[in-house]
Design a protein around this ligand. Structure first.
Ligand SMILES: *Cc1c(COP(=O)(O)O)cnc(C)c1O
Length: 468
């Protein structure tokens, strides 16, 4: 399988190159040349596969340059640490199927992609005899999942900036108690945007970036999307086997359009009609829901909500879907992205029919989030985290009586225990993995929000060619 840029400015590259490139060098996003369609007969033979076995089958369709036995080892290593034998089990409550994606080390679905990406980076760097210094800013969840993905790896160092004293104590300690020597936590005396701005300007210093082999782990890496396709296929097989239904809907809480884009790939990978609709669910930052219902893709102010991982107004993976919407025409895609960059809005109302073939959408208010958490706890004895509650609410709104609805549970309720407790009066049980983080040793560098301080710190600690 070869990869192309949504903006048409690179010649086709194999999977490994696409992973190491991250963002395409022409500023676009990388996509496989085509989405292969799995035949009905092949699909039927997958029904007894374990999660890692299935991951190998799915990923093989998109990877041409990693030997199968190596890929099998990478997958095995990535998912052996999950706390559930099925990796992403389905549970059944209130007429819905809930796909629990939070059994990884940091209790959020980002582990599924980042455990794999960390191992993949290590493998590819080993092959190239190279190294990588990862730099990123986090408002909470992504940072810890990224750190857990690469901790202890010898060819990788990771520098993660978070806003000092402005993330939840659990989120902070999930990062700062990782004391592996390749992990550097930097607490910036400022807010998330200060950290983000520092990271952006360091990446724009191309000489510095090249000299220190700087890389990112943000949600636009194709390998992250690919790892997420697997659980759509896994749960679809489960529904077909146990519920005897052939078609199903998925409800997905969305911020950066990453998780739901993986669903879009799965929809076009599986036999026609297996995935009927993808229900896109946002919080009050509703740009994506507005896009699906009216074709209006226009930025508004970001509002802080109880589902912080979805407080986003310009979805970094949106360009991938836009490319399909523009009939895979890179010129039209580039033009639309340029226009959005300048004006902060796009009118895609002429594409509404096409959008509706794949998606339906709801925006969920803060009151509805709390009410859904409370109702689910009271009626079904099951605690939802605020992100998951948004998907569940949207799933209930769009549910059709004869089609199973699978709601993606993206975080463990204990990660947002204050909100869950306020809505239900019940304190979620703390999983073993985060029980001891309040007594563990912490390591973190506190810094003023200045580019030079962060750059100097990287210079002093980064891996360089001399380390190889
Ligand atoms: C990141 C995140 C999301 C949103 O996922 P996207 O891929 O950005 O759409 C939803 N829920 C949780 C808990 C997250 O951490």
């Amino acid at each position: 399988m070869q990869y192309l840029s949504t903006r048409g400015g690179i010649s086709p590259i194999p999977f490994s190159k696409a992973v190491m490139m991250g963002l395409a060098s022409d500023g676009g996003l990388l996509l496989p040349r085509n989405i292969p369609r799995i035949g009905k007969e092949t699909f039927d033979t997958w029904s007894e596969l374990s999660y890692p076995e299935l991951a190998l089958e799915v990923m093989t369709r998109f990877i041409g340059d990693i030997p199968s036995s190596d890929l099998r080892d990478l997958i095995k290593k990535s998912y052996s640490g999950f706390r559930h034998p099925e990796v992403t089990p389905l549970v059944h409550h209130g007429g819905l199927h809930i796909l629990e994606l939070f059994h990884g080390p940091t209790l959020a679905f980002k582990d599924i992609a980042l455990q794999f990406l960390g191992n993949l980076f290590e493998y590819l760097l080993e092959k190239e005899g190279s190294h990588l210094n990862i730099l990123g800013a986090t408002s909470g969840d992504t940072g810890s999942a990224a750190i857990y993905g690469v901790r202890g790896k010898t060819r990788i160092k990771i520098f993660i900036l978070h806003p000092h004293n402005r993330i939840s104590p659990v989120q902070e300690r999930q990062m700062t108690t990782i004391t592996d020597s390749n992990v550097y936590n930097i607490a910036i005396e400022g807010d998330f945007d200060d950290g983000q701005a520092i990271v952006k300007s360091i990446f724009s210093d191309l000489d510095f970036k090249k000299h220190y082999h700087l890389g990112a782990v943000n949600s636009i890496n194709w390998a992250r999307v690919l790892a997420q396709v697997v659980y759509y296929v896994f749960s679809a097989l489960h529904i077909i086997k146990h519920e005897n239904d052939k078609a199903m809907d998925f409800a997905i809480p969305t911020g950066n359009f990453g998780d739901i884009f993986a669903g879009y790939i799965a929809k076009h990978l599986l036999p026609e009609g297996t995935i009927h609709r993808l229900i896109l669910a946002t919080n009050t930052n509703d740009i994506l829901a507005r896009f699906v219902t009216t074709g209006d893709y226009s930025k508004a102010e970001v509002k802080a909500t109880s589902s912080p991982s979805m407080d986003i107004q310009a979805a970094s993976n949106f360009e991938r879907y836009l490319y399909y919407l523009m009939d895979k025409n890179p010129d039209r895609t580039s033009e639309a992205m340029r226009k959005f960059g300048e004006e902060g809005k796009l009118d895609l109302s002429s594409c509404r029919e096409k959008i509706k073939r794949d998606f339906a959408a709801s925006a969920v208010s803060e009151d509805e989030v709390a009410a859904t958490i409370q109702q689910f706890s009271r009626e079904h004895g099951y605690l939802l985290d605020p992100h998951t509650a948004i998907g569940v609410r949207a799933g209930l709104q769009h549910q059709k009586s004869n089609i199973p609805m699978i709601c993606l549970a993206t975080a463990h309720p204990a990660k947002f225990s204050d909100m869950v407790k306020a809505a239900t009066g019940i304190e979620p049980e703390t999983p073993e993995v985060i029980k001891d983080i309040f007594t563990k040793e912490q390591r973190c560098e506190i810094m003023p929000p200045k580019i030079d301080n962060v750059m100097d710190y990287i210079k002093n600690h980064a891996l360089t060619s001399d380390d190889e």
